[in-house]
Design a protein around this ligand. Structure first.
Ligand code: SF4
Length: 304
């Protein structure tokens, strides 16, 4: 990355009292200029705590929406307005309303990878790092409608024994992970534990050593006595892990696990967003924000 860009970003950030939040799947150069790099949960917490006037949100639209819902009085800018999440777009309000009408006595738990409209129709939100604890905390005699990721839902059901109804959505990036890829990686690096994201299909997940959120993978790698790891999630996490653990080796399960939406932002685009020549300010209807915030607040309250 151009050092002039880095310097210009630093100066503008200070002058405008802006903060740059970046997801761990962002390109390395974006992670390197961010004030905070983390998973969806960490980003939600940071967004709820910041006192910056402007949040430059380097991630996809649902994440920037979440930051706006948690900070309605601050300016949240998504540098690449077209960066969406195909999984979040796999469910709409009419589909969820119909499912709720079919099962009126069930609780709706939505993955944070969902639109503000879906959050507004849900009882509680979760991320992959707190999903198990949140599912366990819900009244035992109540079934859970889980949206939109059937793979994460299956994982929660297996781990908690909860009765659940799933929406048939998935992350197209993690859905590409097939059992043969795990077997090949194991042969190539027999001593490295395989860490996989629970958005991956169960038939691949069960062949791995640990199913962890991206934040969970970062904690695990930092604390582990192992020196090498196979990482079965989006490629961007390799940069985060390698930077935090320079003495350890991280092998991506596949170079093809790249989310194009997450890679739509560059350092130059972050600079342009700070200058005001790129990006979109995220704004949502006030009532929608209030309704969506309830499910996010329940999650944040629970995780305190
Ligand atoms: S990696 Fe998957 S879940 Fe994450 S933004 Fe891309 S498509 Fe959505």
């Amino acid at each position: 990355m151009n050092s002039k860009t880095t310097e210009a970003v630093k100066e503008l950030k200070k002058a405008k009292n802006a903060v740059i939040l970046a997801h761990t799947y962002q390109p390395g150069e974006v992670q390197d200029i961010a004030d905070y790099v983390g998973d969806s949960y960490g980003l939600s917490v940071e967004a709820s705590r910041t006192d910056a006037d402007i949040i430059i949100f380097c991630g996809v639209r649902f994440m920037a929406e979440t930051a706006h819902i948690l900070n309605p009085n601050r300016k949240v800018i998504l540098p690449a307005p077209a960066a969406g999440c195909p999984m979040a777009d796999m469910i709409d309000t009419s589909g969820l309303s119909a499912l709720k009408a079919q099962h009126p006595d069930k609780l709706v738990m939505c993955y944070v990878n969902s639109t503000a409209q879906i959050k507004a129709l849900s009882d509680i939100c979760c991320t992959s790092s707190n999903a198990l604890a949140i599912a366990k905390s819900l009244p035992e005699d109540t079934e859970i409608i889980f949206v939109p990721d059937r793979h994460l839902g299956t994982f929660i059901q297996e781990q908690t024994g909860r009765k659940m109804i799933f929406w048939d959505g998935c992350c197209p990036i993690h859905a590409q992970i097939e059992p043969f890829m795990i077997e090949q990686a194991r042969k190539k690096h027999p001593n490295a534990p395989i860490l996989i994201h629970p958005e991956a299909p169960a038939e691949s997940r069960i062949l791995c050593d640990y199913a962890l959120s991206t934040g969970g993978m970062c904690d695990f790698a930092a604390k582990s006595n192992e020196n090498e790891f196979i990482i079965a999630t989006e490629l961007g996490l390799i940069h985060t892990l390698q930077k935090a653990n320079p003495g350890k080796k991280f092998y991506p399960l596949s170079d093809k696990l790249v989310c194009p939406d997450m890679k739509a932002i560059s350092a130059e685009l972050v600079l342009a967003a700070l200058e005001g020549s790129a990006g979109e300010e995220i704004t949502l209807d006030k009532n929608l924000c209030l309704q969506a915030r309830r499910s996010l607040d329940r999650m944040l309250e629970f995780s305190k």
